[in-house]
Design a protein around this ligand. Structure first.
Ligand code: AKB
Length: 314
């Protein structure tokens, strides 16, 4: 099947870079970017772009039919920190958009779906170190609840309706092209911007809060790899654990200081600390490594070099 791809949420942090990568792989004409607004001009101007409201079934279906789409990457979501401020909006956006896409697949309009889950599915009762694929999953944020429930629905649609849906549990994603918005792991992007701009950063998580993280290039590679894997290789239809590195704010601070020796940091924790405290410190992703050969490339020093090099040029 030649993929004819629709990316929903293409203006966001991951959606934007996924759009560029998929256009490189499949050609501009085969990748339709869409979002609720024109907020990211580099995406809007890079090929076909449609305004799509992910919460409106007709809006998604019209775009799928107009462009003969067979594959959807659903990247629109409200993340953990913003979700705590607007619980019902987070629930509505995250769940309605997923049901619309799963139902379009069930009804035969599309053949393949990518939907991201997150380490936010885990909660305070989950083992924190090397968190297993199958473990206690009792999330305490609205975002985490939507991701946990979404995973159950993905597996259900696969088992009962044969929908080819694939998913990974993203850790915090670090990138320089597009800023993240509304997440608990956002500090790990902001810190690089502030180091270059102001030589100092006030961190909203405590210095020893260890969380699983990943460089954008690795996250995009995982997303493309799982979608390109043979159907029979995908054994988990809820969502795969995925890992690269784990670090604390103090460790990223020290990594930046190797390049900017007079960089300073202060700590002022807020409500996001409570969210981070419920999440794992590290993830066992052996199922992804075994089933579809997942392998990461970037450690903290490599991420730091990429971030500082690219941000200082842009
Ligand atoms: C967030 O912090 O909410 C996200 C995530 C880990 O899914 N980056």
């Amino acid at each position: 099947m030649t993929p004819k791809i629709l990316i929903i949420g293409a203006c966001g942090q991951i959606g934007s870079e996924l759009t560029f990568k998929l256009r490189e792989l499949h050609g501009n004409d085969n990748v339709i970017a869409s979002d609720i607004n024109y907020n990211n001009l580099s995406v809007v101007n890079s090929g076909a772009f449609e305004i799509v409201d992910a919460q409106d079934y007709a809006s998604v279906k019209d775009c799928v039919e107009k462009h003969d789409v067979n594959t959807v990457y659903l990247m629109a979501a409200m993340l953990s920190a913003t979700g705590e401020k607007y619980p019902m909006k987070a629930w509505d956006l995250n769940m309605n958009s997923l049901f619309h896409v799963l139902n379009l697949a069930k009804e035969g309009f599309i053949k393949k779906v990518f939907w991201p889950s997150s380490i936010a599915v885990f909660g305070p009762t989950t083992p924190k170190d090397n968190t297993p694929q199958h473990t206690i999953v009792e999330p305490s944020t609205v975002y985490g609840i939507t991701k946990q429930v979404g995973e159950r629905w993905c597996e259900y649609y696969h088992k009962n309706y044969g929908v080819d849906v694939r998913s990974i549990r993203y850790p915090g994603i670090i990138s320089w092209k597009t800023l993240p918005g509304g997440g608990t792991t956002d500090y790990a992007v902001e810190i690089y911007h502030e180091a270059l701009k102001n030589n100092t950063y006030e961190c909203f998580l405590s210095e020893d809060t260890k969380l699983p993280m990943m460089f954008m290039d690795d996250a995009i590679k995982a997303t493309v790899d799982i979608m390109h894997a043979n159907n029979s290789a995908i054994k988990i239809r809820s969502s795969y654990n995925l890992a690269a590195v784990s670090f604390t704010p103090n460790e990223v601070f020290k990594a930046i200081q190797k390049h900017i020796p007079d960089f300073t940091i202060t700590y002022k924790t807020d409500y996001r600390q409570h969210i981070a405290d419920t999440w794992p410190k590290s993830i066992d992703d052996s199922h992804a490594r075994n089933d579809w050969n997942w392998k990461h490339s970037f450690d903290l020093d490599a991420i730091t070099k990429e971030m500082l090099d690219n941000l200082s040029k842009s």
